[in-house]
Design a protein around this ligand. Sequence first.
Ligand SMILES: [Zn+2]
Length: 474
Amino acid sequence: MQSALPIYHQSIDWDELYIKYPLPDVFAQTVFRWPRDRIRALQNERFMEVVKTAWDNEFYRSRWMAAGLEAGDIRSIDDITKIPIFQSSDIKDDQAAHPPFGTIHGNVREYLKTRPVKAQTSGGTTGRPRPTLSGPIEWELNGLTAARGLYMMGARPGDVLQIPATCSLANLGWCVYKGAHDYLGVMPLTTGSGVVTPSRRQMEIAFDWGTNIWVCFPEYLTQLAKVARDELGRDVRDLGTKFIATYLGPDLDNSLRRQLEEVWGCDVYDNYGTNEMGQGAFECEHKNGLHIMEDTLFVEIVDVETNEPVPDGQTGNMVVTILHRHLPPMIRFNVRDLQRIISTERCECGGTFRRMDKLLGRSDDMVKLRGVNLYPMACLPAIKSDPRTTGEWICVVDRTQKDGVIRDEMVVRVEVLRNAPSREGLAERLSKRLHDDLGVKVVVELCDEGSLAEVANLGREGKPRRLLDRRHKQ
Ligand SMILES: [Zn+2]
């Protein structure tokens, strides 16, 4: 007797899937090394498939028709700029008007009768979480893309990978678990965050069970090393870690990477991904930019204000079209992460997938100061450049009026370590470095360790706040 239930493992044609999206070791030797024109042709084919799906999706059809598009206007990926760009607030509006999942997801309850669905949320810093659903193919690619990234960084069967991120509505724990378990012969230790498994226990497990790979955020890696030293009397270097996959942020001078590599005694690689795309980009052993996963993702970089594409090398918003996504399609989605393409040449590793920079920040946080676009995250290298700071800061923008002249000023408030030997010359040094990095003069104000915790949302759920713009709140 045949089951009538929507069985996950019967909802995918697995052979076809792996021909279309090769498994990690095959990927590394095939599509990843293809010439650019062949990759473009593949992207074109997948792009046309998702466009076809989108015309049957109310969210896209209504927006595209309002923009004057008709079916047939998009004949190839060369026409992509005719399609209007959208962003997460558009999905939020759609979901508010058509709760809970919006027209972008279609009739979910009906869909569930034939195929399984998984819901994940964006790692938003404010407001209610925004759900993105995945059908079987989207969910599988979530794990497969993560597996490819880990493979390129050196994960192999027999390794043990610890992932201190909770498998919740947030995606990271899930995609790494799936990638390691389903595709690499790597045993995932899903210890969850420090709330689920306290840091001391995390390290006991790591030493006892032989963890040799970590996927973890930088801040927690430093915390784990400290706990191992203070509470277990052990040096994390004794773990013999093979590598760490992390998210370095705007670590443009690689100082954060060097610090982590020193503490842990292993290679540290940068990564990029979202719950919609899975793993979107990864570093290879050469650490010379993040290879975009171009057989599943088409990336454009556009001007923050005009949405017009910018030349390679120039910073702008990252706009993505996810080539494997049909539930829901993601076509010209402005992630509002600041990025730039740094190379379209073949890499030393043999890969031809374009490389992008480390994550430069969020354009939501952009502040215009005397005609210059500033990104508070860009302060990070300067703040970290002096060991007397705690590494925490917040940018405060105020508007002053003097003799009828309006002037905007940005003060960068920087925390100084309680036991710092002295503060002499620190403000001047930071202010000079910030002037060099940001291209505009800012005032540096030193403050005591811990004093920014409240205003910068440190040590709590959600990401730290780096900008306080007080110009329009009179
Ligand atoms: Zn490479």
